[in-house]
Design a protein around this ligand. Structure first.
Ligand SMILES: [Zn+2]
Length: 994
């Protein structure tokens, strides 16, 4: 129906090459290494006059290596006085990165490394005011700021495109890790403490509080997190991995303030540190700052101990794990998980790690892999256990395979299939085209430019660098591919032998069976209660008074509007007043509008399209999300789903189909609803990629009921996991769902309502009716008249929905987890409204000055804040929150607080910087022009929005707070969390059990 012609024309679309130069002229961030194609170009950004062996600022240069595959030059240095290790990656990229990491190897499960990671950010020698880290979030244009605790390392990374900002953050980060204050009050706030239920009354009973304590209670409420922890601790039990580095909640209560300080002194020392910098800023300036202000004043100590390899077992082992019941199990009988985990190679053998990564993908990735075929397709469970796959974080790498959502009587069957599948693969090996497809995806991944390249590199290199490997060695990917091809060529049994060695003959394997326990929650509560009783019994009246007094001190500290004067900051004048303009062309091909952006995409073509679905009958619209999920996974043309998947993997970076919903920038009542589809490929595969799309559009195969069942069952499993993982998104989506037509659609298409609908379909065990609906959808939607497209490439290659409006909607989704996700949503303003900019700034100021201190610091939740979005909604939320209704009151108090406007100009400036951090985040070449294509916001409108943000005044903030938040005509409140007496008794609450 005309598609062949369209895709043929798209494939031959050529853009005049003269465009390229113009394009660089306007692109501030032409950064994205055009150099990757010009192999002779050596990347010298910021390292011009360095040579091996020479010394700079107390550092000696150990090596300078060019990695052409990634268009970068890597410089290794060592700090002479302390032995600190340093890796600099020079690359033509303006999104510069810094990261400092330490090997941290706790010997218990008190969460000491995790609590230390939190507390060092609470205040330091040069920045003694409370919480400089969170304060800096509002004084910077960083594109990323965070800290992470791994099983045996702790890292502190940030990234920024602004050199003044980079220096500010460098100073705050280094002062935090080397000279933190680690005050007792910081430990009590972030770790754990006893506090009276009503903190202002000593008569009320004591209870446990603390940010990490609650964070970890929340983490363990996620069954897949618990499974992962148990598997690692039991597979590698004899050293640090035998403990929970994040902290096991009852064990956290054993940690003392002194132990925290000792752990810092031992581990956060330059002699145990690894520094990483990335980007186009000059290396010498980094070295000078780090040496002069920090490293110079330290003496060398012994670095923290190395983690040994686990001694290999002669016998497999088996463990049983209890878990919380899964409220989303489609069949309550089927809630068991069974997995087998294997200890494999030493992480320092980089080539072996590379081979095992490929092997892991071959074994489990996509419908052509043996485990997908043998384990998933018989529909015994609801999909792979989320711990499935190859993992190279620990000293011994590991591989885990298993199923979730199975019947307890099927455990042995699953274990049998796992064994026999390995035996089958050791006999037959893998088809050559599968191996080619996996190697192709590696080639594509190396060339694909992302805006956080430097940051992901830091995260990927940390685990192996932490164990003493040369991180630069890991960057030579093409040479590893060549060696791999060579090995395969010389020995056709190469991979079969690996399977035999690592899986069949490997006795270091752990079987883990996880089963639900009705009493799970009660047992945990009991345990906490008995620890509380024991602690309380040992307290004298005097102790209790001391505890009360200490908490008063903490409250006073939290209430103190502390001075941030000593912290460095950016000014609004540091924000570029020019918004980037992207040069776009629009052409019409056979009536289809095509937007073209010429960009330095490194030999990859990016294709985007939108199909309008407004003409689709209502009864079919409800199934659009499932249609999108299944469209590229069912087969097309002459290919069944396996053959289609093989082609997609071999020729493209994947074909994606998803729902597209955008509000008109001028009004929240108007919107575009449709399907967004996209893909990318190496330029040489362009004809094949369009051939694939052509098959999908013309000849989608929607016939295989069994296949659809597998997809739906896996989806239910995934959705259940994501609800316990990011409940605040579901709470916000639901709380806003009655306020605008698009918010209503979002709830239907991706909210809790959607999860319940998919679960209901799975429970019927009838998939034929759904297949028929999908047929109808394909007929209506996959039509050329509904389509518009966009290509990013290099030069050489409404009323209906408003009827659901209700004045107030309060819903409590009861989930058996120990923490809450809460949200309140009110109508805001659309993108083009002059009120949108002040609402964004208001959300920023409320988050940092009121909601964060109240909900996280005082309330003990993991997070909380407010957001104004272009969807025309203003949302409040909290995340992993021990409180529920109190937090909803806090949202209301935030409005009263904002109306009083008791904050200064500095606070307004910080809130503006916070907004600019988000909107000026770097865009990779593949994303240029997507704001216009997907959201209909032009560069002019974007520039106007930036100016409006800069111009926002205090009066504007008070005005929009009064107009939108004070007494909204409608609002929605949603809590996702444990049962609660008040909502159960109060009839204005709609209480839903899953
Ligand atoms: Zn944490």
């Amino acid at each position: 129906m005309g598609y062949s012609h369209l895709f043929n024309s798209l494939r031959s679309l050529k853009v005049p090459t003269t465009r390229l130069h113009k394009c660089f002229g306007v692109t501030k961030r032409a950064a994205y290494s055009v150099l990757a194609n010009t192999s002779e170009a050596r990347v010298h950004v910021g390292i011009n006059d360095l040579s091996v062996g020479s010394e700079y600022e107390g550092f000696q240069v150990k090596s300078i290596q060019e990695v052409q595959d990634l268009a970068l030059t890597a410089v290794r240095l060592s700090h002479l006085k302390t032995g600190a290790d340093y890796l600099h990656i020079a690359r033509e990229d303006s999104n510069n990165v810094f990261c400092v990491g330490f090997r941290t190897t706790p010997k218990d499960s008190t969460g000491v490394s995790h609590i230390l990671e939190h507390t060092v950010l609470c205040g330091s020698k040069q920045y003694p005011g409370r919480d400089p880290f969170f304060k800096m979030l509002n004084r910077s244009l960083s594109t990323f700021m965070n800290a992470m605790t791994g099983p045996d390392y702790t890292i502190y990374p940030f990234s920024s495109q602004n050199s003044k900002d980079f220096k500010n953050l460098l100073s705050v980060y280094l002062d935090a890790v080397f000279y933190p204050q680690l005050r007792e009050l910081d430990f009590l706030q972030e770790g754990w403490r006893l506090e009276n239920e009503n903190p202002l009354s000593q008569e009320t009973p004591l209870q446990f509080k603390g940010v990490v304590f609650n964070e970890m209670k929340g983490a363990f409420s996620d069954a897949s997190y618990g499974l992962n922890q148990h598997v690692m601790r039991n597979l590698l039990p004899s050293h640090t991995y035998g403990n929970c580095s994040g902290g096991d909640p009852p064990k956290i209560l054993d940690l003392t303030w002194q132990q925290l300080k000792d752990f810092h002194a031992k581990h956060y020392h330059p002699s145990n540190s690894r520094f990483y910098t990335y980007g186009n800023m000059p290396l010498k300036e980094h070295l000078q700052f780090i040496n002069q202000n920090y490293l110079k004043s330290f003496e060398k100590i012994a670095p923290s101990e190395e983690v040994p390899n686990e001694k290999r077992w002669s016998q497999p082992r088996r463990i049983n794990i209890e878990a919380r019941e899964d409220p989303f199990a489609t069949n309550p009988e089927k809630q068991t998980s069974a997995v087998v985990s294997y200890a494999l190679s030493d992480i320092n053998d980089l080539y072996e790690t590379f081979v095992l990564q490929i092997l892991g993908e071959l074994l489990t990735g996509g419908p052509n892999s043996p485990f997908y075929h043998n384990l998933l397709e018989p529909n015994i469970g609801t999909g792979y256990s989320p711990v499935t796959g190859f993992d190279s974080h620990t000293k011994d790498t590991t591989f885990t395979i298993g199923l979730q959502g199975i019947h307890s009587k099927d455990v042995d069957k699953v274990l049998g299939i796992i064994r026999s599948t390995f035996e089958e693969v050791a006999r037959t090996g893998f088809p050559a085209e599968r191996i080619e497809a996996v190697l192709h995806s590696i080639e594509l991944a190396v060339k694909h430019q992302t805006s956080n390249f430097g940051l992901s590199m830091a995260m990927n290199l940390t685990p192996l660098w932490n164990h003493g490997s040369d991180p630069v060695e890991a960057l030579y990917i093409n040479s590893k591919v060549e060696k791999f091809r060579q090995n395969l060529h010389e020995n056709p049994d190469y991979l079969k032998n690996k399977v035999r060695q690592y899986f069949i003959d490997n006795t270091h394997q752990l079987v883990a069976v996880m089963q639900p326990d009705k009493e799970f929650e009660t047992k945990l509560e009991q345990e906490e209660k008995s620890i509380l009783e024991a602690k309380c019994q040992s307290l004298s009246e005097e102790d209790k008074t001391l505890i009360f007094a200490k908490n008063q001190e903490l409250i006073a500290m939290q209430n103190n509007v502390n001075d941030t004067e000593c912290l460095p900051t950016l000014q609004l004048s540091d924000i570029s007043t020019q918004a980037e303009r992207v040069q776009l062309d629009t052409v019409k091909l056979l009536g289809v509008p095509v937007q073209v952006a010429v960009q330095p995409t490194n030999g990859i073509t990016y294709f985007h399209g939108v199909l309008n679905t407004s003409g689709l009958p209502e009864k079919l619209k409800i199934h659009l999300p499932l249609f999108c999920m299944a469209a590229t996974k069912m087969g097309a043309g002459d290919m069944d789903y396996r053959q289609l998947d093989q082609q997609i993997e071999h020729k493209t970076g994947g074909l994606s189909f998803g729902l597209h919903l955008t509000e008109g920038p001028g009004s929240v009542q108007s919107y575009e609803q449709g399907i967004a589809f996209s893909s990318h490929c190496l330029d040489r595969n362009l004809p094949d990629m369009f051939q694939l799309w052509q098959s999908i559009f013309n000849r989608l195969r929607l016939v295989d009921e069994n296949r659809l069942e597998t997809l739906i069952r896996n989806l239910v499993g995934d959705l259940g996991n994501s609800l316990t993982h990011s409940g605040h998104h579901f709470a916000m989506t639901h709380a806003g769902s009655s306020l605008t037509p698009t918010a209503h659609l979002k709830e239907l298409d991706e909210g809790v309502t959607y999860i319940r609908r998919v679960k209901a379909i799975a429970e019927t065990n009838q998939f034929e009716p759904l297949l028929e609906c999908m047929h109808e959808i394909a007929k209506h939607v996959l039509v050329k008249n509904n389509m518009r497209c966009a290509l990013n490439m290099t030069a050489d290659s409404q009323e209906e929905a408003t009827k659901h409006l209700e004045a107030v909607q309060r819903t409590h989704y009861v989930l058996p987890v120990p923490v809450n996700f809460t949200s309140k949503v009110v109508p805001g303003a659309p993108y083009l409204s002059s009120d949108f900019a002040p609402l964004r700034v208001l959300a920023g100021i409320m988050s940092s000055k009121f909601l964060h201190p109240e909900i996280r610091e005082k309330g003990g939740a993991y997070g909380g804040g407010a957001a104004a979005s272009a969807t025309g909604l203003f949302s409040f939320y909290s995340y992993r929150d021990p409180k529920s209704l109190e937090t909803v009151d806090t949202f209301d108090r935030a409005v009263e607080w904002a109306l009083k406007a008791n904050y200064n100009e500095e606070a307004i400036k910080e809130a503006k910087l916070r907004v600019f951090q988000k909107i000026d985040a770097p865009t990779p070449p593949s994303g240029k022009g997507m704001r216009l294509f997907l959201s209909h916001i032009s560069d002019e409108q974007f520039a106007a929005q930036r100016q409006q943000l800069i111009d926002v005044t205090k009066d504007d903030l008070v005005r929009v707070c009064q107009d939108y938040l004070r007494q909204p005509a409608v609002h929605g409140v949603t809590i996702i969390g444990p049962p609660n007496d008040i909502t159960t008794r109060d009839p204005s609450w709609n209480v839903e059990f899953s």
